[in-house]
Design a protein around this ligand. Structure first.
Ligand code: CP
Length: 300
């Protein structure tokens, strides 16, 4: 593996190898020096809390030198392009780049320009991919439900159309052989049929929840959304908001995931987000180990 740009097409053995390594790190609370002397830059052209900080924490736990890049105080505000920014930081001897950008394909474009010993990790590009979120979600599901996904019924709910997380989760769930993948949301927020191949599509959240083992909620991405795709936040909450009463339709031991940041009171209510079936903070904790496994694999 040279770069990690997407989970699409990643062989099952590679995906499971990363999950196994991440689980070992969780179990051992691992800290090592495999990246000692290697510089890693978190190059974020879009806001982030979880992804940026957990990559920084992951790189530190592997002994790397970590450089943060803040777009709002960088020379991009003077018109410097992302490619020139990347090339200049690469010229400082940085070998690992964790990149977030609002444009689909932006990280692949930088990767195509990288030196042979530079590795790029996609930390989210446009609507396309967020591969380490997909990894940490699978790690969290595996811990809760075991490694055999063939009996697992999962529903992905909400703004699938604008979600790079949903795309990465769908690729990973298919690769790991999930038994049933349901996708639920208003027609205006569901993507092209090609992305949903093999999924059961529903616009009725109550029906889609029946008997599922895992509910993967998505944030309503108002920053990527044309006006008019949802009638009102109140209507959206009524039709697609998850509260404890609605969650009772899922299996008794169903778990709830959300990549964050959450819109509380819109797609998820406090009684679920902070309730006993929520794995949302476990996802965040697992993110550090998943990202350590990726950094170690690419740069170690
Ligand atoms: N899940 C996620 O990508 O969160 P951040 O935008 O805070 O990184």
């Amino acid at each position: 593996l040279r770069h990690l740009l997407t989970l699409e097409g990643l062989p099952r053995t590679t995906l499971e190898g990363l999950l196994d390594r991440a689980q070992t790190m969780v179990d051992a609370g691992e800290v090592n020096a495999r990246l000692a002397g290697i510089a890693v830059c978190t190059l974020f052209f879009e806001p982030s809390t979880r992804t940026r900080l957990s990559f920084q924490r992951a790189a530190q736990r592997l002994g790397a030198d970590v450089l943060g890049f803040d777009a709002s105080t960088s020379s991009t505000t003077k018109g410097e392009t992302a490619l020139d920014t990347f090339r200049n930081i690469e010229a400082m001897g940085v070998r690992g780049f964790v990149v977030r950008h609002s444009d689909d394909g932006a990280v692949a474009t930088l990767a195509a320009a990288a030196a042979p010993d530079t590795a790029l990790i996609n930390a989210g590009d446009g609507r396309s991919a967020h591969p380490t979120q997909g990894l940490l979600d699978m790690l969290t599901l595996r811990q809760a439900k075991g490694g055999d996904f063939s009996g697992l019924k999962v529903v992905i709910v909400g703004d699938v159309r604008h979600s790079r997380v949903a795309r990465s989760d769908l690729h990973a769930l298919r690769t790991l052989g999930a038994g049933e993948i349901r996708v639920c949301g208003p027609a205006s927020l569901l993507p092209d049929a090609a992305m949903l191949a093999g999924c059961t599509i529903s616009h009725d959240f109550d029906a889609a929840l029946e008997g599922v083992d895992a509910v993967m909620m998505l944030r309503l991405q108002r920053e990527r959304m044309a006006e008019g795709l949802v009638d009102s936040l109140e209507d959206y909450h009524r039709d697609y908001g998850l509260d404890a009463r609605r969650l009772r339709r899922a299996a008794r031991d169903a778990v709830v995931l959300h990549p964050g940041p959450m819109n509380r009171g819109v797609e998820i209510d406090d009684d679920v987000a902070d309730g006993p079936q929520s794995l949302i903070l476990r996802q965040v904790a697992n993110g550090v180990a998943a990202r350590m496994a990726v950094l170690e694999t690419l740069l170690g």
